[in-house]
Design a protein around this ligand. Sequence first.
Ligand code: NAD
Length: 451
Amino acid sequence: MDNIQSILAAQREYFLKGHTRKLEDRKKNLVRLRKSIKRNEQAIIDALNKDLNKSEFEAYTTEIGILLEEISFAGKHLKKWAAPEKVKTAVTHIGTRGRIVPEPYGTALIIAPWNYPFQLALSPLVGAISAGNTAVLKPSEFAPAVSGLLKRMIEETFPKEYIAVIEGGIETNQQLLAEKFDTIFFTGSVPVGKIVMEAASKHLTPVTLELGGKSPCIVHNDADLKLSARRIAFGKFTNAGQTCIAPDYLMVHEDIKEEFMTLLKSEIEQMFGKDPLQNEKYSRMISEKHFDRLTEFIKEGTILYGGGSKKETLTIAPTILGDVSTDSPVMQEEIFGPVFPVLQYRELEEAISFIQARPKPLALYLFTSSKETEEQVVNRVSFGGGCINDTLMHIATPHLPFGGVGESGMGNYHGKFSFDAFSHYKSVLNQTTRFDFSFRYPNAKNSLKIV
Ligand code: NAD
């Protein structure tokens, strides 16, 4: 049972026979997944180190820990999420009872990227299992150690007719996308997101698209500058900037620019050392192609800090760039690496209209102590999600939906929102048979008939 069609046929049959539906089984399967992660913790850390030179600390905090939390949260709340919800009866519907019944879509396709290759493959799977789907998981070919490990772990834990991992590159993805799934959950770039949506449209398959883009980071003149510098250095350079919600570029108020830049450099040194290229715990670029792309970006402005790189290890030092043209590729494309262009502004309005004139970002970060500034930005700028006075942290709570808007994606997940992403909410109306209103029908004589 190894080709795509036979796996899909087996999953469909497994689903239609109802094997994924019982709440107790879903919970048991979440526990199985959790146990498998715990059992393979060292292997996961090793694979992440092999693919990205991720440190053990980062592997735990940004991949393993976050996932274990997600599984526990789902296990704890699943009963409530899956319960049908009774709704009120409208006066026009006297005698009826209405309820909303969540039902699994069926067979889900989950396509994952390479930057958090473990977490971003399994986190959607938590939603798929919770909601009662079967799933085919396609990890990224750019993270082969994690991809192989995911395959082994899933095969040891679940039968293929329930959850299967299919490894491969673009061609495998194309074959998968040609098939009819009941839902597709894609995490990756904007251009590939468009390919996925086009393929899904052929079967009218619903999609969740977790995409990327350029996420701005604004530092206003009333911000706590030292704290801002620390939190921005953390958000930008974790995983060497290869984070979908990393601050992409900085917009800093001109009055505090010099002071802030000094603090930012000092915080980068504090976190990654004076020579990050010698720091064994600093992540590398995923491939030579990605390394070359990033080093080209560095040539597009004045290097205000960093700028070094080492091709043998595919590492690029945290780099701050000044004097960048807004038309240059570094300000047009998602950077997705440790290069940080800096723009300055005088009036908040300039920063707001700059962002409004571009595709809606996946994340936005604002550093300010003013409620009014916060309201201005939150109410007037559209973005997927973000933080005031922090970076990245909105992704790590199961209480907030995570996702993009416009070109940065559609749909969202995490916590209950993951359950929703893999569920259809079915409306069911129960009509009374004790009486009937004749005026509902053409040419009626009596208004009420007791039956
Ligand atoms: P990518 O779009 O290149 O690849 C993602 C997946 O799509 C991979 O599994 C890959 O095999 C497949 N793929 C690649 N080209 C394809 C094609 N032509 N046809 C069909 N399938 C194809 O993305 P990536 O480089 O792996 O990841 C980086 C991107 O993902 C960035 O844009 C980043 O912002 C985004 N991202 C978003 C989130 C999020 O949660 N919103 C999280 C991580 C990464």
